[in-house]
Design a protein around this ligand. Sequence first.
Ligand code: PLP
Length: 423
Amino acid sequence: MKKDKLIFELLEDEQQRQEEGLELIASENFVSKQVMEAAGSAATNKYAEGLPGKRYYGGCQIVDEIETIAIERAKQLFNAEWVNVQPHSGAQANAAVMLACLQPGDKILGFDLSHGGHLTHGSAVNFSGKLYQPFFYGVKKETGLIDYDHLKAVALQEKPKLIICGASAYSRDWDYAFIRQVADEVGALVLADISHPAGLIARGLLTDPLPYCHIVTTTTHKTLRGPRGGMIMLGKDFDNPWGLKTPKGEVKKMSALLDAAVFPGTQGGPLEHIIAAKAVAFHEALSDGYMKYVLQVKLNAQAIAKALLSLGYEIVSGGTDNHLILIDLRNKNISGKAAENALVQADITVNKNMVPFDDKSPFVTSGIRIGTAAVTTRGMKEKEMEQIAQLIDEVVKNLEDEHSLKKIRKNVHALTEKFPLYK
Ligand code: PLP
């Protein structure tokens, strides 16, 4: 068959965009060539509904081996007792957890989207806010840190069935022990969604939620540097507390409920090519090289925070413990949208983001979110973070000056050229 020139030319363009630009979106990263190869392998052709050794299709003997290796590697990486590597995405992982643990209309307590939480933690526009009854906690205005007193007060008042911690735009560590204590007081389960800092947690650079939270979900493509996807983990398997049933009407352990909630609960066939790529990424994440990488991700986030603070930028919570920072642009009198658009013209990719207590809409926003996972994969260190902070500042000062933005873009290309990606 003739090659699809149209699409492959566009894919080349996309690769070139990634090579030339500065990727600062906190949820993105660059996978290794072998992860990409596994994701583009013949395993894409295989249907394998079910679990290894217990499938609804023939010919699964090899994907069974692949999926078993992925599960074992994930268990080793996170020190987990049980893992399901099939969720197609982070949102699917969270959907499966809620399907397994909740009945429609049950109360859930999550971190407010406008303070840094995720859509799947109870937002009104998401299944989690439509099927369940959401309540929220946020950050303190003065510190930008989670308001744990408020979390406890809402939990005591509403008695949610599920408390969700984890975030998309929060740069600090979490007090999982406190949240578990609150949950025990009100009889709730705790879900930690570690999609963003998973790689840093796996290698011990942030508090491990598994000893405290009943269930942990993550995406595999952010700091973890695997293919796009999700997974669910248990530190310790446990009996389901409310006698919830599998689709077949059986009351089972939590692991079985979660397996059933992934398939047939919320998904059909697992993506075995992606599971193969997850296995490769987990192997990489267990290496010394990856340990060095996550250490540098954290140092780089601190370096870019420091450089931006010294240039007069306000950073929510004043700094970072992980791979990201949230910049409040209100003192610069520009919106997140305007900053994002101008930065894109200079080939610097960030995303506009609500800041806590934002007075602008989610389409405009007062902030931008920056992450160091992708630029660190390219090999950039503290010196380059200072350069990037300068480049961002130049863009912010020349928002509508096309000539200046073009000049900055050239400087961006000069920087990225020194750190080739896939060439
Ligand atoms: N949970 C958190 C905390 C996230 O930040 C994200 C994605 O950004 C997700 C879940 C959803 O992941 P996905 O886009 O793979 O569905």
